[in-house]
Design a protein around this ligand. Structure first.
Ligand SMILES: *[C@@H]1O[C@H](CO)[C@@H](O)[C@H](O)[C@H]1NC(C)=O
Length: 180
């Protein structure tokens, strides 16, 4: 990257950090993925984070959007499992592995992202697609769906879904990395 571009990015980032409240950080520049390690994954649309419901190890524990605590059930180990930025997302407190369900698993017809001890097959692997603001989409290898905060709802306990992918900036499928 050219030096002046870096400078401009840094200046923009600093401005955004002071100018925008946390819940409206759509234009914010996120810290990039920095290799295998523990991260808090923050939704670009709401500022809420990926949270394993009540820290229950599973199987089939709901994964939700929740206000940043940061508790151990909000910390996820993200590491590559394949050549094309394919990653697993594993809860660091419990070892619960995030996976998309094979079939609808909520009463209202959603595919709810769940945590538990599952085989590391394509339902538990996600292609990490990096956006221009360094946030990422996690696209499930088995279903082709993306990890999505339902209806961009900032409320605690909002379902996190495997949902049809829709790229963009500041979207509810974009997740920023906070090193933990
Ligand atoms: C979410 O829960 C936290 C406590 O864990 C609380 O402080 C916060 O106000 C709640 N947020 C909303 C939007 O209800």
């Amino acid at each position: 990257m050219h030096f002046s571009t870096l400078t401009a990015l840094a200046a923009f980032s600093a401005t955004a950090a002071f100018a925008l409240p946390a819940a409206e950080n759509n234009a914010d520049i996120h810290a990039p993925y920095a290799g295998p390690g523990n991260y808090i994954l923050q939704n670009a649309a709401t500022g809420t984070v990926l949270d394993l419901l009540n820290g229950v190890q599973g199987p089939n524990t709901r994964i939700n959007g929740y206000k940043l605590n940061p508790g151990p059930h909000q910390i996820w180990q993200v590491s590559a499992t394949g050549p094309n930025d394919e990653v697993t997302i594993i809860n660091s407190a419990t070892g619960a592995i995030a996976s998309c369900p094979k079939v609808v698993n909520t009463p209202n017809g959603w595919f709810q992202l769940v945590g538990g001890e599952v085989p590391i097959d394509d339902y538990a692997r996600f292609q990490k697609i990096t956006n221009i603001d360094n946030s990422v989409q996690f696209k499930n290898l088995a279903t082709g769906k993306c990890v999505d905060l339902a209806e961009s709802n900032p409320a605690n306990g909002t379902n996190v879904l495997c949902y049809d992918c829709h790229p963009g900036v500041g979207e509810n499928q974009n997740w920023g990395f906070i090193k933990s």
